[in-house]
Design a protein around this ligand. Structure first.
Ligand code: SAH
Length: 475
């Protein structure tokens, strides 16, 4: 992982004073995840570049954490990409500059300098948040160069990694603070636990700019890894004058990126062998719907509309309704389905509805089938009873398909600690026994028969990635 900072401010070697690192020396610092080296590839009066090279020691990181050491803990992108390790290194190695202090040339602290920061490798995997949307509002000119998947085989196409340059005339402490906060937001895979002190760090590093940033809610949410109460208290402190609409915030939080983190890695691993696990899941659901002879389907917690798209492509499904609590997810779904461009006869087959599946809604009545794919684990357990009534007592479709992670399979995820969930927003993850107990109880209470089906890659001992309960209404 390499960060360089260049200035053409005259004399350019002032950068050495500001960073508190002498341009003529190579210095090495031990950090708890490896080593950081600081050196100056160029240091003249006209141009000075300081480099921070991180040597992330994965072997050291993995050791002592988990007994089941798997290859991907050693072979992953962490050593190369700009991630939260960079933020930790910035505060450990350039802490004085980050805090806006300069012992020998205090006047430099508030001097606006022509600065250029270059990061050798940044992962840009999702379209939800872009590098430009994070840095440009702060006055940076952003240049991105994609890396090929493999330089020798250009036909393999481009990778999700970019080398990036940000340029602005600003204070060095601002540049460092922006990188400190925004790189982990972009990477979205913070490597340590989020606690109260992260709120303080965010408020400190975000001082003077975060409250004005158009993406401040997203930045706060992602920086704090969607920890709802921390996000709310931080936003309240950032914007003491503004009333924060708690409802809206909770909804936003609930628009997760369903295939994030562990599952995404699993998906990348097993893609060639079995196809993407989430696709496998959706195809399994489609098959059940077809066998059940359903012509109208509710997709509850439809997210970004992957299943809706499959349903729409199949003309047996004449009436489709997708419901989600996250408005943002519905906007994605609408784009994915190209609702605005659909011809009228197709358009009228589908409805997207903003709502919660823990509240009774008359519009959910009169459908043949309902699917609830990887959603129940996002509901607070005490709200499950409300959901059961909404679906099985009031909407009461003939077929209900519910899938949820199989917690037993989590032991196959090398990077997941015991007891940790696959996704930040999950409120619980059930073993096969726990799921079947719940399903059997609900089926018994509301007059449904039920069968189970494993979904996704399977293991003899711990079962499949996901589990599915298929409910059929008794006549
Ligand atoms: N079924 C989709 C999305 C799964 S992610 C898929 O398989 O791709 C879980 C979804 O449940 C999210 O989109 C989230 O916004 C939604 N969700 C969480 N709580 C909800 C609630 N109370 N009512 C409706 N949707 C909810």
């Amino acid at each position: 992982m390499l960060l360089t900072i260049t200035t053409t401010h005259q004399p350019a070697t002032d950068l050495g004073y500001l960073l508190h690192k002498h341009p003529e020396r190579v210095q090495t610092f031990s950090l708890n995840f490896g080593q950081a080296h600081v050196f100056y590839p160029e240091a003249s009066e006209q141009l000075c570049t300081a480099a921070l090279l991180l040597d992330v020691d994965l072997v050291h990181l993995v050791r002592g954490r988990d007994k089941s050491v798997a290859l991907e803990q050693y072979v992953n992108d962490r050593p190369y990409v700009a991630s939260s390790f960079l933020s930790v290194a910035l505060s450990d190695v350039f802490g004085t500059a980050l805090n806006g202090h300069c012992k020998f040339r205090p006047e430099l602290v508030n001097t606006l300098l022509p600065l250029k920061a270059h990061l050798a490798v940044i992962p840009c995997r999702d379209d939800v948040v872009t590098l430009q949307s994070l840095f440009e509002p702060l006055g940076y000119t952003v240049t991105m160069e994609p890396h090929a998947l493999d330089e020798q085989y250009p036909e393999w196409g481009m990778s999700p990694y970019y080398s990036v340059t940000f340029e602005a005339t600003c204070r060095l402490s601002d540049l460092l603070s922006h990188i400190y906060v925004l790189i982990p937001v972009l990477d979205n895979a913070k490597h340590y636990w989020i606690g109260d002190e992260e709120v303080e760090k965010l408020l400190k590093r975000g001082q003077g700019w975060l409250e004005k940033h158009p993406q401040r809610n997203l930045i706060t949410r992602r920086y704090l890894r969607n920890r709802g109460s921390l996000v709310r208290s931080t936003l309240a402190r950032l914007l003491p004058e503004e009333a924060i609409d708690q409802e809206e915030e909770t909804e936003e939080e609930k628009s997760p990126f369903p295939q994030e983190s562990q599952e995404l890695q699993e998906s990348q691993k097993s893609q060639e062998l079995h196809g993407n696990p989430h696709e496998q899941r959706l195809i399994a659901v489609m098959e059940i719907l077809q066998q059940s002879n359903a012509h109208s389907v509710l997709d509850l917690g439809c997210g970004e509309g992957k299943l809706l798209k499959l349903l729409l492509e199949n003309s047996t499904f004449e009436r489709i309704l997708g419901l989600d609590v996250s408005y943002r997810a519905l906007e994605h779904a609408s784009r994915r389905l190209r609702l605005e461009r659909l011809p009228e006869n197709q358009r009228k087959r589908i409805t997207l509805q903003h709502g919660s599946l823990t509240y009774r809604d008359k519009r959910l009545e009169g459908y043949d089938a309902a699917t609830v794919v990887e959603v129940i684990e996002h509901l607070d357990e005490p709200r499950l009873a409300a959901f059961e009534r909404v679906l099985f007592e009031f909407a009461r479709p003939a077929t209900v398909v519910i899938t949820t992670p199989n917690a037993e399979y989590n032991s196959k995820f090398a990077l997941l600690h015991a007891g940790q969930f696959r996704h930040e927003d999950h409120r619980f993850e059930w073993t096969r026994q726990q799921f079947q107990d719940w399903v059997a109880r609900v089926a018994g209470r509301y007059g449904y028969t039920v069968r189970y089906q494993p979904v996704g890659p399977q293991d003899d001992e711990v079962g499949a990635l996901s589990q599915m309960g298929i409910f059929s209404r008794q006549s």
